[in-house]
Design a protein around this ligand. Sequence first.
Ligand code: PDD
Length: 294
Amino acid sequence: MEKWKTLGYYNGVFGPLEEMTVPMNDRACYFGDGVYEAAYVGNYRIFTLDDHVDRIYRSASMAEIEIPCTKDEMKAVLTEMAQKLESPEQVIYWQVTRGTAMRAHVYPDRSVKANLWITCTPKAIVNAYRKIRVITAEDTRFFHCNIKTLNLMVNCMLSEQAKKAGCEEAIQHRGDRVTEGTHSNVSILKDGVFQTAPTDNLILPGITRAHLIEICRRLSVPVREEPYTVQELMDADEIIISSSTGFARSVCEADGRPVGGKAPKLLKALQDALREEFIADTGIDPGLVPSGDS
Ligand code: PDD
């Protein structure tokens, strides 16, 4: 099989990602009118693929976008693309946009089909145990954060702000209430309880978050899906940042102040369980990479 360094796919046509072009009238270009997913690939296997495919169908349904293939067809094409990449360790990203039509805010005619985009890019696995630094920032996004849409302008602005502060993530809050990161969910451990924001319209229902909740239930760790404040975040025994590409790493510093580090055993038990799920699925160990990684 021919192997590629990077791969871009658009409605059945694929080639090196850097050389791919798309129609200007794709509604992604004007409105960011589409929904997406990103998953980690180890050994050419897409981790938690079923969960991601289920979620993009849910996002599309909330956005009234009709996905032009079945779930099984989507899984098949994603798996095929992942296998074409040279690197066995990748991020696979895909989006479905509301089709191609002259610019108009209203939806195009029903005869206009949605577009499927896929990218595969090599990405070394991160060390699931490495601690990270964060900033906190007001969440000024809209009220549809449960839909994984392409509209990520604020997420980008805050990611950049975090980077300028020498940090890896910005934890957002609406007033006092912690919502989520710019590309991750945020949970805390306090007095043996795993607490995480509820899955309302203010956060994305993260797949890693859902797996952590399942793990807690298995390990008899109490789970509280209730809002918590910035003060509670700062006072937490541990702060956990979770995402498909970053696992469930903990925070050692927020806004320049030391945080967490007070429940290392429980934290490690959760991280170990997630790591085991990943190894079982892919055969790759996210605990064995050198700690200077990203
Ligand atoms: N982002 N919240 C937001 C806003 C996100 O963008 C993400 C993931 C998450 C975590 O969800 P999950 O555990 O399902 O990856 C929460 C991906 C990684 C991205 O945008 O690249």
